[in-house]
Unconditional design. Structure first.
Length: 296
């Protein structure tokens, strides 16, 4: 069975798009589609359905795709261990972090690196998502800690933390009680340049639930200014709970059907490096850490 066909199928499952999966792997869409078609013939089932709303797994695909992911993870672990044995890795882990990543999560990363079988030092770089992704692809970073807002299916990834999202809208209720997502559409939202992932998260949240996102015509430079402007009454804002200013008040938990709306943070790393096995252990330690406050 062709391994690339399995990887293409996982990429489509992750991105929910044949074109996005092809771009991630640097192949043409016909080449990716043909690879998946060959895999489907080998398996004897159809994995995906295409519709105007996008790509979704078939009932057979919903059962098989998780097993494809498990098989690829196991294969990647074999390759990573072989790399570690054949090419002893460096003593440092170069980690890129989004501005949305809180200091407590970075501190957990330092602990995880120090507690590896072969302890490592962390070398940090904070930058916009586009720069971090480019540096990971260029081999200038080993692992990223970023909001889970854009799939990178050519790399390994794992969700390592989640935190609640809050609404800041001084024009709304001051009770501090939760606000339903559908009710939140009444406000006009201030956005930031889509560099840290917050705007992508906000727009995708509304799009995914078929809700209209009304936006303020201006733009804040970063999430700190976003918080300040929202509290001044310029417009409303959605922010991770840890990125708000608690002493100012005015934040309300965002919920959907009574359940908290959360933003997820993930680790993304390359499996084709000598550090890969250590990175897998490092990320697993982060993912298993008890959920604590995500504050700065």
């Amino acid at each position: 069975m062709n391994i690339e066909g399995l990887r293409y199928a996982r990429a489509v499952s992750t991105t929910k798009s044949f074109s996005a999966a092809a771009r991630a792997y640097g192949v043409t869409q016909p080449a990716l589609s043909n690879g998946i078609a060959r895999l489907e013939r080998e398996l004897g089932v159809t994995l995906f359905e295409r519709s105007p709303r996008g790509v979704t797994p078939t009932p057979d695909g919903a059962r098989i795709l998780p097993k494809i992911g498990q098989a690829l993870d196991a294969l990647d672990s074999v390759v990573a261990e072989a790399h570690r044995l054949a090419h002893p890795p460096a003593d440092t882990i170069r980690m890129g972090v989004s501005p949305l990543i809180g200091a407590d999560l970075v501190a957990r990363a330092f602990d995880a690196a120090r507690n590896l079988d072969r302890p490592r030092d962390l070398v940090l770089r904070e930058a916009d998502l586009a720069h971090l992704r480019a540096d990971l692809r260029a081999g200038e970073l080993d692992v990223l800690l970023v909001p889970k807002v854009q799939a990178m299916p050519e790399f390994r990834c794992r969700v390592i933390a989640r935190e609640p999202v809050v609404v800041i809208d001084p024009a709304g209720s001051q009770t501090g009680s939760p606000v339903e997502l559908r009710a939140a559409t009444d406000a006009a939202y201030i956005l930031v340049p889509d560099s840290c992932g917050l705007t992508t998260f906000t727009t995708e949240l509304f799009r995914r639930h078929d809700l209209t996102l009304r936006t303020y015509p201006g733009e804040a430079s970063n999430y700190r200014v976003l918080d300040e402007w929202a509290r001044m009454g310029v417009g409303a804002a959605l922010l991770p709970q840890s990125k708000t200013t608690p002493e100012h008040g005015g934040s309300r938990p965002l919920v959907r059907d009574g359940a908290p709306v959360e933003i997820a943070y993930e680790a993304v790393w390359d499996n084709a490096t000598p550090l890969a096995a250590d990175l897998e252990d490092f990320v697993l330690a982060l993912a298993q850490h008890p959920a604590e406050g995500m504050g700065d």
